[in-house]
Design a protein around this ligand. Sequence first.
Ligand code: FAD
Length: 507
Amino acid sequence: MFLKQYTSNILSTTVLLLCCGMPPSLPAVPIPVHGHFTFDGNEFAARDFGNQLHSLPWAVLHPKKVSDVASTIKHVWHMGPASAMTLAARGHGHSLLGQAQAPHGIVINMESLRGEMQVIKGKSPYVDAPAGELWINVLHHCLKHGLAPKSWTDYLHLTVGGTLSNAGISGQAFRHGPQISNVHQLEVITGKGEVVVCSEEKNADLFHGVLGGLGQFGIITRARISLEPAPKQVKWIRVVYSDFSTFARDQERLISAEKTFDYIEGLVIVNRTGLINNWRSSFDPQDPDQANQFVSDGRTLFCLELTKNFNPAEEAHVDKEIKSLLSELSYIPSTLFVTQVSYVEFLDRVHAAELKLRSKGLWDLPHPWLNILIPRSKIHTFADGVFGNILTDTNNGPVLIYPVNKSKWDNRTSFVTPDEDMFYLVAFLPHAAESEGPQKLLNQNRRILNFCDSAQLGVKQYLPHYKTQEEWRAHFGQRWEIFAQRKSAYDPLAILAPGQNIFQKSI
Ligand code: FAD
């Protein structure tokens, strides 16, 4: 490996000469960038939220301009198939198993391209944002214009490019679809270093490919995200069920109704001590005496979580609407809990939990998470087999469960869903206790997946990590051909996102 780095005064750019893995006869080609490369102190790029796989890159690019990303990719593209060099965009590094890492390659620190955002008002308002921007910053910027994105993730300290490369799913997805269904336009740099603007109308194949494309076809540098008028306040409601069928029936009814809540999710609670006391710090029980009697220990319970957005002048009307919607549900009456928070407080709720976990040293532990999409017709088989059986407690982190409508997903994107009109997201989100390590939870995940396989539930994993291409082919099913065709069109040397482990750079 040959490397030389110097600064050119004329261009005032950092120029990197690199001929990593090239035969010595090939000349070194300079990469002109306005930002800089680092070769030491790159441990952050070998870590992610999952904290289970760690691969150091050879270098990290901290771009200052989009052209820095294009020049670097172009350089690696020109090195040709003889070089082993690969490149990974790193958003906020909140992947679970090395997906944003580039072992011995170059990691592009997309967060250094944060900056200018522009809100365009009109009939279909949107924000034009850098892909390395955090969603929380996008939110704050849009709120200055009285607007906000429509579709969210539960946690906003993730980058635009990172979630659009996956899907971006939360309790608004039943109505608006995932974040990848709410994009007007992207600016993408392909695996050949070409800067391409794409949308439904222009370069549509690349546009659809990149959405949910796991970083395989290009690096997103800017995105135009669809906006709606932002509410000021949120009524945030929790109710509990002891019977899964009743819980699921109510969830499904709510996501199918015209008049309904603005956010619909759910939680599985298994053998939690002092559940209600825990909620008390932020929620008010509507019937405090009855709530006091409620015992969660040793039980499998299902919590429906709902919100209704409003502006102060609409409060009385919204309260009436909520009352009417709740009257049609069959939850345990003593378990109605309500609170009122600002829209930002609600959307940024997991950050508040993050700060608490950080203070206890629990945020940086390994996270052997498992996210599964389950067809509606199989959710009862899944619940019978898993909740209270394979899953015997939820003390190490939440288990989310909620249905979404497939009609809100665009099947031209790279994302694959189960083959039914409605499917559930079930997310097991534990941290591994320091004393135990992740193995016990990994075994539990394996048992859950084995159960899905043997019961032939037709599930798809979300944020998956597979070891072989065979497994990826099975994941994509009939969509594999188009995924592979897009790879050979936009990143034929398989330079991009090697940490997804889908395609190998052939050398
Ligand atoms: P990274 O981990 O940095 O990157 C993810 C992948 O995308 C990598 O392969 C990377 O190479 C690629 N990539 C990154 N930026 C770009 C780009 N600009 N262009 C092309 N490829 C790029 N997901 C949900 O859907 N809903 C949730 O509610 C949700 N909640 C979460 C809560 C927490 C606490 C955490 C840790 C994760 C959560 N996620 C959720 C998962 C999250 O959406 C993904 O892990 C996402 O990839 C994280 O974004 P990131 O910016 O950290 O991406």
